[in-house]
Design a binder for this molecule. Structure first.
Ligand code: ZN
Ligand code: ZN
Length: 282
């Protein structure tokens, strides 16, 4: 222990939030650049300073999906995902015609070259923002959009593992599927990996009480792993309580490397290759 370590709970200075620069470049597979306190150029400069050279910024409704696609179109280091978040499906459309119009626009955005995923879509049974049957309909529709566009499907699954897996099977999954902010246990991780799905772990992997999540990461094949921030949410340890940003995926990557008992450099190379397989070519 060195004398310079901050006391538990003490805020970290801005330039120490992400820790030391990574030994190789890597990327943040899921963030919300529109929700950060910082500007996009500032957040991306901070990220680059620690080796994070690309991010996927994710829409949750029509407005933020448009924003994400436009942001990606304007920057070489940003790619986009577009969809209606399960929690937003209730507000997204009233009539069948309105729903179809929303999906048509999501499909049009998904066809843009720098939009690399349809998401975040899926099921959220934890929050009761939207009727579960409605969420399932939207999830099925998004699966079809992803297949049609030939883009990855980026899944939000909160307390809905069985229904998410069942609906993927029923619809026939797209070729490329990623569970963002994976929240299942080791058994769920093995089932996902066996189906060819990729699991993206967020900053909560570093939380003290997250041993089941670390066990899930340990059970996941190294080439089926990604790391993300879900910024501005889920700031990793030891910066909890401070705003999250793409740079801090470096902390989650180090944690993942520790779990997989791999050099950090190898972990960075693995997620970069898996990211390119899912969202590429870069
Ligand atoms: Zn989510
Ligand atoms: Zn998100």
């Amino acid at each position: 222990m060195t004398g310079g370590s901050p006391l538990p709970g003490a805020p970290l200075p801005a330039d120490e939030l992400a820790g030391d620069p990574l030994p190789a470049e890597a990327f943040d597979s899921h963030c919300h650049l529109d929700l950060l306190g910082a500007s996009v150029p500032d957040a991306m400069a901070q990220a680059r300073a620690v080796g994070i050279t690309r991010v996927i910024t994710v829409g949750v409704d029509l407005e933020t999906s448009r924003w994400s696609a436009a942001c990606a179109a304007g920057r070489p280091d940003v790619y986009a995902a577009v969809a209606i978040h399960p929690n937003d499906t209730g507000a997204a459309a009233g009539s069948v015609a309105e729903k179809e119009a929303v999906l048509e626009e999501i499909a049009a955005l998904a066809s843009q070259p720098r939009v690399r995923a349809v998401g975040e879509t899926g099921l959220d049974y934890y929050r009761d923002h939207a009727d579960p049957a409605g969420q399932r309909d939207w999830f099925r529709a998004h699966i079809a959009v992803a297949k049609q566009a030939g883009k990855a499907l980026m899944i939000h699954d909160r307390e809905a593992h069985e229904d998410v897996l069942r609906i993927l099977e029923e619809e026939g999954p797209p070729e490329r599927v990623v569970f963002h902010c994976f929240s299942g246990d080791a058994d769920m991780a093995k089932r996902c990996a066996a189906a060819g799905y990729v699991l993206s772990f967020a900053g909560n992997l570093t939380f003290k009480n997250a041993q089941p999540l670390r066990d899930a990461a340990a059970a996941t094949p190294p080439d089926a792993l990604l790391a993300e921030t879900d910024a501005p949410f889920l700031t990793p340890v030891p910066a909890r309580g401070q705003p999250n940003s793409p740079a801090m995926v470096a902390r989650t990557l180090r944690c993942l490397a520790g779990i997989k008992q791999l050099p950090v450099e190898d972990m960075c190379a693995l997620v970069t290759a898996t990211g390119e397989r899912l969202f590429g070519p870069w």
